[in-house]
Design a protein around this ligand. Structure first.
Ligand code: 3PG
Length: 302
């Protein structure tokens, strides 16, 4: 089978080698990295049976251009970049590799909390994480790791996740909130870890932002789509809320007017560690090899 690794934001060379080594016994591997036009991806999928991607856009056009395509693996957690309906209509299996890059994202979230608490390392008095109340909005793989790391800093951890039972929070020593509103009102720092799905898009809006403490810090290592950006800019005008994001908002230029109360990483950095690259790459190629060998569909999302 022909497998294409398409990564506009490339994996580390070591991670790419790992994919090649695992693929080579039974399969052929092609690599498309740092491409600048979507048409490069469309052209590259013409004869492929399997596709590994990161945040690359697997649109209907890409799928239509790949008549042999049988499986797409998103080497990462969020698969909002893949046209699932189109894949399902073509009987193409879509998988992600949950948990493989979570620690990298969790560590970045903690880093952003410190950076914002110290006013982007600009002169002046900042604050510590110790004894601050941290609210984790969605308690999945990343949220759980952030909770564990935050406890090491002496933070008091709160969580809200409608899909997680109270016993799980209790087991982890996390205070369970009954709603996002309760979480946002109770905490000094909020870590956003919700996926971008129909029910969450723009869900962090005026109403929810209105629950925040006046000088709360909002950390977004999830997706920009979950925030109503206009509402956030308006809330920042009338309060001292601070916002750090790993996904540059559409209104970035306007947001820079908030000075040290706003920070966006130049490029999405959450999963940009050697460890996360290797973990996600190995998981992705293993899932493809096993799928072709035994029909294993673990981590199928469509
Ligand atoms: C994910 O969904 O796994 C993260 O957002 C990382 O995405 P990336 O592979 O595009 O860096």
């Amino acid at each position: 089978m022909k497998i294409l690794l398409a990564a506009q934001k490339p994996f580390s060379p070591y991670a790419v080698n790992k994919i090649g080594e695992r693929a080579k016994t039974d399969h052929e591997l092609a690599v498309l990295e740092k491409y600048s036009n979507q048409s490069d991806l469309v052209n590259a999928v013409k004869d492929v049976d399997a596709l590994i991607v990161r945040s690359d856009l697997v649109t209907a056009e890409v799928i239509d251009a790949a008549p042999n395509l049988k499986i797409v693996v998103r080497a990462g957690a969020g698969y909002d970049n893949i046209d699932l309906a189109q894949c399902t209509a073509r009987h193409i299996v879509v998988m992600n590799t949950p948990g493989q890059n979570s620690n990298a994202v969790a560590e970045l979230a903690l880093g952003l909390m410190i950076y914002m608490s110290r006013n982007l390392f600009s002169p002046g008095t900042g604050s510590e994480l110790k004894n601050r109340k941290l609210g984790i909005h969605a308690y999945g793989n990343v949220g759980k790791l952030i909770a564990a790391h935050a406890k090491g800093f002496g933070m008091e951890v709160y969580g809200f996740d409608p899909f997680v039972i109270d016993e799980v929070f209790k087991r982890d020593g996390v205070v369970a909130c009954k709603s996002a509103q309760e979480l946002y009102a109770a905490c000094d720092i909020i870590s956003i870890n919700i996926p971008a799905v129909a029910s969450t898009i723009k869900s962090i809006n005026k109403d929810l932002l209105g629950c925040l403490k006046d000088n709360a810090i909002l950390i977004n290592t999830a997706r920009k789509e979950v925030i109503c950006e206009d509402d956030l800019a308006a809330a920042m005008q009338t309060s001292h809320i601070r916002y750090a994001t790993d996904i540059k908002p559409a209104n970035h230029d306007k947001m820079t007017e908030f000075g040290t109360r706003y920070f966006a990483t130049p490029k999405k950095m959450g999963a940009e560690t050697e460890e996360a690259n290797v973990n996600a790459a190995i998981a992705a190629i293993n899932q493809i090899v096993n799928f072709f060998k035994t029909g294993d569909e673990t981590y199928r999302v469509n």
